[in-house]
Structure formats: C-alpha cells, structure tokens
Design a protein. Structure first.
Lengths: 190, 84
C-alpha cells in the first residue's frame, strides 16, 4: 500500500477502481503529477512546523517583561490551532496530489481534477477517439528532472486532454499511442 | 439596552490597552477556529467524494486523517470557549 501513496506511475495497479468502471474494465496505467511537484507544499509545511518554536520564545519573553500579560492557556490554544491548521494544509495538499489522476483503462482515458476543496472535474474519452498525442518538456528544472506534459487530441466532446507535470512524458506519450494503435487495429479487424 | 457614545468610546479605548489587545486577539482566534472548523468539515466531505471517485486501499487512512482534523478542531473550539 505504501508504494501507491507516493508513486506517480503505476502499471496495472491492484485493488483500485474508479467511479463508473464497467465489470469488464480494468485500469492499465495510472499517472499522477511527478512526486517532485509536491516540493513546494512540503517545504511550506516544514517552515510552518518551525513557526511555533520561534513564536513561543517571543511570547514567553513578552510575558516575562509584562508579568503574565498573555495567558498560558491562550498560548497553548494558539499552538494547538497552528499545528491543526498545518496538518489540514498538508493533508489537503497531499490528497489533491494523490487524487488528481490520469487513468488509462482497457476502454477509456479518464482525467480526474480536484482543485482545492470545492472543485471536482472528471472527463473521459474512449481510447478509440484519440487522434494524436504530443509530449512537451520545457523549463530548466523540468528538463533536469524530466517532467513535462502530454497533450492528447481526441474526437470526443472534450477535444484535448492534458496530463500535466508527469514524469517521463515521452514514455507516457509512447505508451498511450501504442495502446491507441492497438485498440484501433483491433476495432478495424472486428 | 441603550449604549451612549461615552460607553462606546470606553469599549473602543479598552482595546488599545495591552489587556484589551490580548482580549481582541483571543476573540480573533476564536473566530478563526470557527471558520477553520467549517473548512475542516468541507475537507472531510471532499475526501469522501475523492474516495468515491477513485477507490484505493488508502481510503480509510485519508478518511481517518480528515476526521482527526475536523474533530480536533471541534475539540479545540470547545476548549477555547471554555478557557479563554
């Protein structure tokens, strides 16, 4: 289970399913944004965890100069509140990364987007409607870590799917185009 | 109840003393805790929606974490109202 918590690419993942999955359908590939894209909120969380240690020393020195101006209970409540807030921030940031997924099943392609805590958007398109795929790596850091985007043009209602900040976008593009070719050939035979 | 302008001025001026400022801060923290309680509740609902949309083995872990955040905030708000 631990591997599924930090992996940004899984092939034929077990014990996973999605809303609307058919009985004869199974997930072939699962992509997320690269784990490195979590660096921002992880750094912010570490900084937030150190804030009470600095703030407490300021409050204690204020109290020693002004003889118990700030009640100890208030300092305790402030500390607990700050740690709960930091925990909530880290939790929402992590679940937003974890559940923003791009799925390829044996039938379709699904893009799940959760933005913040109030926005949910799920798009899907049959694999046979995929017309072409493009991968793109741009920027110094993205080039160093080989992170980029894959754009998939479809003939479905949603014209373009974007797999943003995935690790090794060229490999992802290749996997998708091979799968789509295979699907289209199988459809033509039938 | 009638509040005249002199007593209103007294209330306002009390906030500019160190004790009054600390009281104002305590009220602000209580308000922020209440707002965060609503956000924590929204987080539990969002986690539940996410788990429904994409089923994984870690669903229970996220649900528990969401409820720890929500119930912890609720407990803190009760504690704050009781002690501050």
């Amino acid at each position: 289970m631990l591997k599924t918590l930090y992996c940004s690419f899984l092939e034929k993942p077990k014990n996973m399913g999605f809303e609307g999955e058919d009985r004869d359908e199974h997930i072939l590939y699962l992509f997320r944004k690269s784990f490195l894209t979590n660096a921002g909120w992880i750094t912010a969380t570490i900084i937030m965890l150190t804030v009470p240690f600095l703030a407490n020393s300021v409050l204690i020195s204020l109290n020693s100069k002004n003889a118990g101006l700030i009640p100890v209970q208030f300092i305790l409540v402030l500390n607990i509140f700050w740690f709960l807030f930091t925990f909530g921030f880290a939790l929402t940031s992590f679940v937003n990364w974890f559940f923003n997924i791009y799925l390829i099943s044996n039938k379709r392609m699904v893009d799940m987007d959760f933005v913040g805590i109030l926005h949910k958007n799920i798009s899907e398109a049959p694999l046979t409607s995929v017309e072409d795929t493009t991968s793109n790596v741009s920027g110094a850091l993205r080039t160093v870590f080989n992170i980029g985007s894959v754009y998939i043009q479809t003939a479905a209602e949603r014209r373009e799917f974007e797999f943003i900040d995935v690790a090794d976008p060229a490999k992802v593009r290749d996997l998708i185009s091979d799968l789509v070719t295979e699907k289209k050939e199988a459809k033509d035979v039938h | 109840m009638f509040i005249d302008s002199a007593s209103t001025a007294n209330i306002i001026s009390s906030f500019f003393t160190p004790e009054g400022f600390v009281n104002l801060l305590q009220m602000l923290v209580l308000f922020l805790e209440f707002v965060y309680l609503l956000i924590a509740f929204l987080i539990t609902r969002q986690i539940s929606l996410m788990n429904k949309s994409f089923k994984t083995e870690a669903a229970l872990l996220f649900t528990i974490a969401g409820y720890i955040n929500f119930l912890g905030t609720a407990a803190l708000l009760i504690l704050s109202v009781a002690t501050l």
